[in-house]
Each structure stands twice: as structure tokens, then as C-alpha cells.
Design a protein around this ligand. Structure first.
Ligand SMILES: Cc1cc2nc3c(=O)[nH]c(=O)nc-3n(C[C@H](O)[C@H](O)[C@H](O)COP(=O)(O)O)c2cc1C
Length: 398
């Protein structure tokens, strides 16, 4: 917090912040975003360029969701972190980011039932907490750009679950080998961990289903295994208790969020160390014209949920979802968050931090190229401030 003549002034997006052992120079975080440019699961030079463009000295970046195992992906060309080739390829991306002075965490991802046989080893059914598929309301992006229906998943046997926990652990070890400063456990947005957390999906009758305690067991085991392997201070956790993306509904989102927070607080006591952060997505995507799920609570309900979780969690809190410069400034100044992660605005503005600092106009993002494979178009060709004439032809201004 900035101090002047003994008086405390409210922090803003440009106030420094100490997150675990990392000295951040500002609070504008790159949100994890799947961009489908890691051809055949290998992060190549395009990713190094993309992340390097978004790096600032003392800035904090979180990578796109990165598969922990061969059964992890549910999008075309997402990177993995389970083979030596992938680890070596990530090293170059991490080096490019570190050369610019940023800190970078790798987001560990398993999509669970949000996949398709085409993405699975030997065309197997995707795994989940349940054998009920995602409803036809949602469509999966297939290789080649068409959309399909989510297939029936295979519910994991109780005896298989620890193997998946081990995959997270090994992926975290691999991430540190690749030079990452830490990892984020993706427990949000209807993917595998969320499929265990939410009572609208988890229909298990074993010790991983039913009560809140049982539904939280999987994420607790993952946090324990990962923190045990790489240190709690290198581990962030992401959840989205109120987001119903891909049918991830819960009858009591606030109760669920608080149950996770309570367990993270307890684990921190057990570890004798804080986790790096808790990252919560607010379902306020509507701020930019489209909700992820089409369904969201009132603004007051959402703000109440975020504030309650923020107050309950004993550590660094990152908020995400529909934040503008002004909303981010407000969230930090009011103490509603320590850090704010930006997604779509960071896609179209590689120099978002500078633009926010100068309160400069923003490039508009082009949704059609969010998940395409071109290593440049819609990926690394968004112009920097003052270079708009060179850039992406499809751009218009916000
Ligand atoms: C193209 C795209 C891909 C995304 N991929 C991921 C992902 O891999 N992991 C994740 O946790 N969130 C993902 N998200 C959600 C973002 O991290 C972020 O929370 C969301 O976009 C809301 O923030 P915004 O309003 O600033 O865009 C994605 C969002 C977008 C737009």
C-alpha cells in the first residue's frame, strides 16, 4: 500500500503488491485463456511471442489451461505439460517472459467430461465424476472448426481418482522444471474439478460425492499433493462457484465457495505457509456483451458472493470477469481484491497495462479468432499503442 507522510492512500491497479514471494509492480494480471495455438500440444515460438508481448517488469501472467495428462484436452491444439518435449518447449516461452521481467504461472487443466473421443487417447470416452453428458445446450469445438455434441463420459472408479491427483502433482513438478514460477489449479468453469465440486453434476455415491465435504475432497487432495511437491507459495487455485458454464450448477454457490475457502484456509495452517492466491471468476461476462453461460445473478448478488469469499479467504485474492479499467481500480481501492485478472481486453491489447496507465483507448477484440490456429492473426497481430496503422485489419476501436 502506498504511503505518504504517514497517511495511507488507497491502492489502485498500479500500486505494487507482494504475492507470496513475488514482488509485483502492478495488479493487472493476464487471465488464463485457451488460444489453441500450441500445435499438437507443443507450445512453440508463437506462444513465446504472445506471452512476451503481454509481459511487463513485475507483471503477473497466468498461462492458458494446460493439460496435465493425455486425457486432459477438450479443445484443438491446447498445450500439455506431461511430456519431456512439452516441458522443453515451455522453457523457451518462460524464458521469453522472464527476460521481460514478468512472473508466470502455468494453469493446470483437465477438462473432464468437456471433451470428445477425438481428443482422447485411443478414442476413449472422456472421464468425469459422472457418466451424465453435458446437455445439448452446449457444443464442443472440434478440430477443423465445426461444433459437436458432448459425448457420454465415463465416471471415474474411486480407485482411479488418486491416479488423477498424481497427474496434477507430476504436472506441477514438470511446470517448475520448465522454469514456471508456480502453477494455478483450474478448479473453475465446469471442467473436471468443478465436475466434482458442483451438486448439479456430481452424482457419486462414494466418498467423493454427496456431502459438501465429499465433493471438496478431490480439490483438497490435489492442492495437498501439488503444494507438497512444489511448495504452497507456488500454488494458486481458481474456482467459479457461481458460474454454470457447461451445466456446472450448484444449489448453493456461496455455501460451496465458502466450503472451498474454509478448506484452503485450513490447508494453509497445516502447511504453515500461504498459497500464492485464490482466483475467483465472477459471472459478469455481460459487461462485454456476452455472458459465458447466459445466466447470472443480479449485480448485488454477485458482488456479495465475491466480497464474502474475499473476506473469508486468508490470503491474496484475485477477481476476474467483466472488469474494465474503472471496475478494476474500484475493486482494488475498496479492498474487494488484491489483483484483477483481465481476459478479453488482454487478448486485443498486448500493452494493456500501459494503456490502462495512460487511460488510452483500447483495441476491440475479435471473437472469431479466439480459438483459431493461425500463429499470428488474431493472436500476436493486435497493435501496440501508436502502431494501430500496422495492425490487425479486422480491428475497430472500443
Ligand atoms: C478465449 C478465452 C479463453 C479462455 N480460456 C480459459 C482457460 O483456459 N482457463 C480459465 O481458467 N479461464 C479461461 N477463460 C476465462 C478468462 O480467464 C476470464 O476469466 C474471462 O474471460 C473473464 O474475464 P474478462 O471479462 O476480462 O474477459 C477464457 C476466456 C476467453 C475469452
Amino acid at each position: 500500500m502506498a504511503q505518504k507522510l504517514g497517511q495511507t492512500t488507497a491502492p489502485d491497479l498500479f500500486s505494487p503488491f507482494k504475492m507470496a514471494n513475488f514482488n509485483l509492480s502492478h495488479r493487472v494480471v493476464l487471465a488464463p485463456m485457451t488460444r489453441c495455438r500450441a500445435l499438437n500440444g507443443i507450445p512453440g515460438p508463437a506462444l513465446a511471442e504472445y506471452y512476451s508481448q503481454r509481459s511487463t517488469p513485475g507483471g503477473f501472467l497466468i498461462t492458458e489451461g494446460t493439460s496435465i495428462s493425455p486425457s486432459g484436452p477438450g479443445f484443438p491444439h491446447v498445450p500439455g505439460i506431461y511430456t519431456e518435449e512439452q516441458v522443453n518447449a515451455w522453457k523457451k516461452v518462460v524464458d521469453a517472459v522472464h527476460a521481460k521481467g514478468s512472473i508466470i504461472f502455468c494453469q493446470l487443466w483437465h477438462v473432464g467430461r468437456a471433451s470428445h473421443q477425438v481428443y482422447q487417447p485411443a478414442g476413449a470416452a472422456p472421464i468425469s465424476s459422472t457418466s451424465v453428458p453435458i446437455s445439448k445446450r452446449w457444443r464442443i469445438l472440434l478440430p477443423g472448426g465445426s461444433h459437436g455434441i458432448y459425448p457420454k463420459p465415463r465416471a471415474l472408479e474411486t480407485s482411479e481418482i488418486l491416479g488423477v491427483v498424481q497427474d496434477y502433482r507430476q504436472a506441477a513438478i514438470n511446470a517448475i522444471k520448465a522454469g514456471f514460477d508456480g502453477i494455478e489449479i483450474h478448479g473453475a468453469h465446469g471442467y473436471l474439478i468443478d465436475q466434482f465440486l458442483k451438486d448439479g453434476i456430481n452424482d457419486r455415491t462414494d466418498e467423493y460425492g454427496g456431502s459438501l465435504a465429499n465433493r471438496c475432497k478431490f480439490i483438497v487432495e490435489i492442492v495437498k499433493a501439488v503444494a507438497g511437491a512444489i511448495g504452497a507459495d507456488r500454488v494458486g487455485v481458481r474456482i467459479s462457484p457461481a458460474i454454470d458454464h457447461m451445466d456446472a450448477t450448484d444449489s448453493d454457490p456461496l455455501g460451496l465457495g465458502l466450503a472451498v475457502v474454509e478448506r484452503l484456509n485450513k490447508l494453509q495452517l497445516e502447511f504453515g505457509a500461504k498459497l500464492a492466491y485464490l482466483h475467483v471468476t465472477q459471472p459478469r461476462y455481460v459487461a462485454y456483451g456476452q455472458t459465458e453461460s447466459g445466466k447470472h445473478g443480479s449485480e448485488e448478488e454477485e458482488a456479495h458472493l465475491m466480497r464474502t469469499l474475499r473476506k473469508a479467504y486468508q490470503g491474496t485474492f484475485i477477481c476476474s470477469g467483466g472488469y474494465t479499467r474503472e471496475l478494476g481500480m474500484e475493486a482494488v481501492a475498496q479492498g474487494d481484491a488484491d489483483l484483477v485478472s483481465y481476459g478479453r481486453l488482454f487478448i486485443s491489447n498486448p500493452d494493456l497495462v500501459l494503456r490502462f496507465k495512460k487511460n488510452a483507448p483500447l483495441n476491440k477484440y475479435v471473437r472469431a479468432t479466439f480459438y483459431t490456429q493461425d500463429p499470428v492473426v488474431g493472436y500476436t497481430d493486435y497493435p501496440f499503442l501508436g502502431e494501430e496503422s500496422k495492425g490487425n485489419q479486422a480491428l475497430s476501436r472500443l
